[in-house]
Design a binder for this molecule. Structure first.
Ligand SMILES: [Zn+2]
Length: 81
């Protein structure tokens, strides 16, 4: 068996915890980057029938309203900015 003093054992214990925390932190950062919201105007729709604003899953010009199921068109919008 490897001779190990109490100080070395405590050091290894904290070193392992720091490594575990670092691995979990990198994993969380990768998860946040993967699930990041990317909202732009091409996905934002506003229903003319029920005035419900929603975000479509894909960037399309035609979709159905999730509330009233009516067809929503993408209109050309002028950029105010
Ligand atoms: Zn609607």
């Amino acid at each position: 068996m490897i001779p190990l003093s109490i100080a070395d054992a405590i050091f290894l214990y904290f070193l392992l915890w720091v490594l575990v925390v670092l691995v979990l932190w990198f994993r969380e950062q990768a998860r946040l980057k993967r699930n990041e919201w990317k909202i732009n105007r091409s996905r934002l729709f506003n229903c003319d029938n029920c005035h419900h604003a929603f975000i479509s899953a894909e960037s399309v010009n035609l979709t159905r309203c999730p509330r009233c199921n009516s067809i929503c068109f993408r209109r050309k919008q002028r950029d105010i900015e």
